[in-house]
Design a protein around this ligand. Structure first.
Ligand code: TRP
Length: 462
């Protein structure tokens, strides 16, 4: 292990894994999915997925990683099941795909730091003008990718671990401050109701599968990111309590991000809630308005610091995304870490170009025809987001759990989890996992996956 590096402590692992989980998915993705998914009903389904289905997946990924001490593909080989390493390969591809669009959005957030810092709150009024300026936002994205590659090339402990421990709590405090600010605005309650009081008539299959995708994405599951991070975890660490902390931190931050946005939308729309379904640009339109309403130098400083912290949260996520293909190349192809990091970063940046130009600059990618069906036009970025989050990640999660329970075997998972967790043998978690891993999780995920394929490709309506 020494030659691969490792986390310096349990707190270091939790900080890095929580840093991976907490990112744009919480502050950009979650509110817009809630808006599009009809409010509180989406939140409920989302919480169900996080705690009931994703938590077992997280424990499994970390256990596979720690036991094998290898990357997402090599882990399957090391456990003696080479045939199953295709699961890791799907994971590596999903990571590349996710990072390609993620970096574009991170680039926008980076650009906003400067826009708001210079008092330009109006940037939100014409968001497409901002994103169509591909040379500017493309440069921000490139700088972001360079920062990611630089950190990954330096290895896993050290820098990120330390920075995550200070900057994540700062971000949380800032969001909490903004929650209090928005709750006291007129009409805040209409937004809060939308967010917290479920309207069961809005329940649909779409809500289910978007909530599932969002849960996997936000918790960084389904593509071996936590197998990879798990491989750097020490044998004394308690996997169950680590997974619980990471899940709680991630869900908690997404939840308070919603508490910040929805009351504010209630306020700016005079209680009409127009714009809650704003889609991927929601956060880039609403947040600057919050800072604009504070106004002046204070608004500008708060706005710039908020987006700077958001960029930092995104950076700890992009690092984990890039780490997956990089550790694969380092372990399996013996590339140096530095070479692998820069090579992968370059490839991912290029793959991200359609997502970059698909927001107003290139008509073809802005009005992208999905699955050869002209009625399903969307921008290319949303297309990749949905493909990766709602299909690849849950499929990956399903395969990982199925593999662990039926091929690697439940006794081996239990044995690995017990190391560093003396109370596990008699715990409720162990009992729950003995139902969840072999049956509940794979069956539910496989069912939803098959339904998704039927909806997307065969026009079936549930
Ligand atoms: N979870 C991160 C977010 O919410 C994104 C992310 C980082 C991710 N690493 C991942 C998603 C691995 C899926 C898999 O912003």
């Amino acid at each position: 292990m020494a030659s691969r590096g490792g986390f310096s402590s349990k707190a270091g692992f939790i900080a890095a894994a929580a840093g991976s989980a907490v990112g744009l998915g919480n502050i950009w993705g979650f509110p817009y999915e809630v808006g599009a998914g009809g409010g509180a009903i989406f939140v409920l389904v989302y919480l169900f997925f996080c705690f009931v289905l994703c938590f077992p997946v997280m424990i499994t990924e970390i256990a596979i990683g720690r036991k094998s001490g290898r990357n997402a593909v090599g882990a399957f080989n090391a456990l003696g099941h080479k045939k199953w390493n295709f699961v890791g390969k799907i994971g590596v591809l999903s990571g590349i795909l996710i990072l390609s669009f993620y970096n574009v959005i991170a680039g926008w957030a980076f650009g906003y730091t400067f826009q708001l810092g210079s008092g330009n709150f109006a940037v939100a009024d014409n968001f497409t003008a901002f994103t169509s300026n591909v040379f500017e936002v493309g440069t921000y994205g490139m700088l972001f990718m360079i920062a990611t590659a630089f950190i990954v090339s330096k290895g896993i402990s050290g820098g990120i671990e330390k920075a995550a421990k200070i900057l994540l709590p700062t971000l949380i405090f800032m969001i909490l401050g903004l929650v209090i600010y928005s709750l006291f605005l007129p009409n805040a309650m209409s937004g809060l109701k939308f967010y917290l009081l479920p309207d069961f008539s809005k329940f649909s299959f779409n809500v289910v599968f978007n909530a599932m995708g969002q849960a996997f994405f936000s918790l960084s599951l389904g593509m071996g990111a936590l197998i990879t991070y798990g491989s750097y975890v020490g044998k004394n660490d308690n996997i169950v309590s680590s997974a619980a902390l990471i899940t709680l931190a991630d869900v908690g931050i997404a939840f308070i991000a919603g508490m910040m946005i929805f009351p504010f939308i209630g306020y700016i729309s005079n209680g009409e809630l127009t714009g809650v379904g704003g889609g991927p640009e929601l956060i880039f339109v609403t947040l600057p308005q919050i800072f604009g309403s504070i106004g002046g130098v204070t608004g500008s400083i708060l706005g710039a610091s908020f987006f700077a912290l958001l960029c930092f949260a995104a950076l700890t996520s992009t690092v984990s995304l890039l780490e997956v293909p990089v550790s694969y190349l380092v372990d399996e192809y013996k590339l140096t870490r530095t070479k692998a990091a820069w090579l992968m970063a370059g490839i991912v940046y290029i793959i991200g170009i359609p997502s970059l130009v698909g927001n107003g600059y290139s008509e073809y990618f802005t009005e992208f025809i999905q699955y050869f069906n002209a009625e399903t036009k969307t921008n290319f970025l949303s297309f990749v987001v949905n493909l990766a989050n709602d299909s690849f990640l849950p499929l990956g999660g399903c395969l990982i759990v199925f593999f662990a329970a039926h091929i690697w075997k439940k006794e081996n998972i239990d044995a690995e989890i017990s190391i560093g967790a003396p109370n596990y043998e008699k715990s409720f978690v162990k009992k729950y996992l003995s139902i969840a891993l072999p049956y509940l999780v794979p069956i539910l995920l496989a069912t939803i996956f098959i339904m998704t394929v039927l909806v997307t490709f065969f026009g079936v309506d549930f």
